[in-house]
Design a protein around this ligand. Structure first.
Ligand SMILES: Cc1cc2nc3c(=O)[nH]c(=O)nc-3n(C[C@H](O)[C@H](O)[C@H](O)COP(=O)(O)OP(=O)(O)OC[C@H]3O[C@@H](n4cnc5c(N)ncnc54)[C@H](O)[C@@H]3O)c2cc1C
Length: 441
């Protein structure tokens, strides 16, 4: 690194998700008059608006519309594509792998760790090999294409049992993202059935969860409403149930029953990004322990937040904030303020945010939402849900494109096309999370 850079104070942000993106954007503004270089390092060159991934899987919204490019959006921020593999907290250096699998180094004066989370997997035979998650555009596109391809193949199948297996889709995880996914795939399958001339009821959906309630995050009342929508749309909801085995053409459920199915989506929750474990620092439920000002105890130059960190929830003493975009974005703002304060600009503050509720899109004409704890369902909830997403997407062009996609979906039948942009291996749990680890051998 040249002499110029050594003179400049360097803030390095790891991860370009909700937290890192918001932190970088604010920090560049706060420090615009100072001799500080802000760098964001991430395997991808965008911030992914994950709440619309079910819409991407269902073919409502194009994948590009939910990816906010760092170039152009983050002014005065240096963006590096790379996966951080090692952090030396004493020497203030980190090591990362670039797009061409080269190992490179970077030094920092302030480090902000926001690597988010990855899909939580369990030791279920065949799960990693045959099931797919919903954390990336690769996974969302793969699921859409795979469902359509299986429906196309089912129309050519002479054996009725094989045809039914291709028309059976299992989604595991009945929290909001799994529920949104199953309903979006239902709408896609309905459109496909109509356009391919077969009975939509022939496509079977199973939604499984070990919990005894659908979407416990929205409370019992709205959870029950969501369950009624699911049943009306013909989704077979099985609670207190998970998978024991996954095979290419069938699954074995935890009650030992066998279901012939060629599509399995695994949306059961997340765990902190693998980088956190390599730090050898205290964690809580796998998330990095931080103080209320989002600094890492014992390391005043290191900050962390978002899904990767156990941020104390001062509004609910003794608890940590849930891994949601709502908290992640706001924590990004607090991070920016506190990193700037650590460099002599402004005052540090504790992270404090009262949960404002959730919005859950339940496919055509349906949604549930509890903005400011007011329970809504049906058309009002649909307006609030879509309005909220349009407001929350952090870039005008993407907002515009998503609004047009919503309008197109309201006026026309869904396009039944599988472009094959994402292969089965692109959508594997680890590959879909950015720069893949080098293959052994
Ligand atoms: C399908 C789905 C739907 C969701 N819907 C909602 C919703 O409706 N409402 C809501 O509030 N929340 C929702 N969430 C949760 C929300 O997406 C997360 O809480 C939020 O993304 C967390 O933000 P983050 O910045 O901590 O992490 P992320 O957004 O996951 O970003 C982490 C970033 O770090 C990068 N990274 C990871 N490891 C490294 C590394 N070693 N080196 C460099 N970079 C790295 C990643 O590539 C990524 O860019 C949803 C999540 C999913 C998956």
């Amino acid at each position: 690194m040249g002499g110029y850079r050594q003179m400049v104070t360097s803030v390095v942000i790891v991860g370009s998700g909700f937290t890192g993106f918001e932190c970088a954007r604010r920090l560049a503004r706060l420090l615009r008059k100072d001799d500080v270089e802000v760098t964001i390092i991430s395997p991808v060159d965008y911030m992914l608006y994950t709440p619309l991934l079910p819409d991407v899987a269902g073919g409502v919204v194009d994948a590009r519309f939910v990816a906010i490019p760092l170039a152009g959006s983050l002014k005065r921020v240096r963006a590096i594509r790379g996966r951080v593999d090692h952090v030396d907290l004493q020497a203030h250096r980190l090591q990362y792998t670039d797009l061409e699998q080269r190992t490179r180094e970077l030094s920092w004066d302030r480090l902000v760790l926001t690597p988010g989370s990855v899909t939580r997997l369990f030791d279920i035979p065949g799960l990693a090999q045959y099931a797919r998650g919903l954390k990336s555009t690769a996974e969302a596109l793969y699921l859409r294409d795979h469902v359509l391809q299986q429906l196309e193949l089912s129309c050519l199948e002479d054996d009725a049992e094989l045809a039914q297996a291709r028309r059976t889709i299992v989604v595991v995880g009945a929290s909001y993202s799994g529920t949104e996914l199953v309903l979006q795939l239902r709408a896609l399958a309905n459109a496909a059935a109509k356009q391919m001339n077969f009975d939509p009821a022939a496509v079977k959906f199973l939604l499984l969860d070990v919990a005894e309630q659908v979407m416990p995050e929205v409370g019992e009342k709205l959870g029950n409403r969501a369950q009624r929508v699911l049943r009306r749309r013909g989704i077979d909801v099985r609670l207190g149930m998970t998978l024991n085995e996954v095979h290419p053409d069938h699954v074995v459920l935890s009650d030992d029953s066998r279901v012939a199915a060629h599509t399995v989506a695994w949306v059961t929750g997340v765990t902190a990004a693998p980088l956190i474990e390599t730090l050898n620092l205290p964690t809580e439920n796998g998330r990095l322990t931080v103080q209320t000002d989002l600094s890492v105890p014992g390391h005043p130059d290191v900050f962390a937040a978002g899904d990767a960190a156990a941020v104390p929830d001062v509004t609910r003493p003794g608890m940590i904030t849930p891994p949601t975009a709502q908290h992640a974005t706001r924590q990004g703002k607090t991070l920016a303020k506190n990193v700037a304060a650590s460099l002599g600009r402004g005052k540090k503050r504790d992270y404090k945010h009262h949960d404002m509720g959730l919005v859950v899109d339940l496919g055509p004409h349906q949604a549930v939402a509890n903005p400011l704890k007011i329970p809504l369902s049906g058309f009002p909830a649909k307006c609030v849900t879509r309005g909220y997403h349009l407001y929350a997407i952090p870039r005008g062009v993407n907002r515009w494109a998503v609004a047009l996609a919503y309008l197109t979906d309201a006026l026309f039948a869904r396009s039944v096309v599988s472009l094959g942009l994402s292969t089965q291996s692109d959508a594997q749990f680890s590959s879909s999370e950015g720069i893949p680890l080098p293959q052994a051998g």
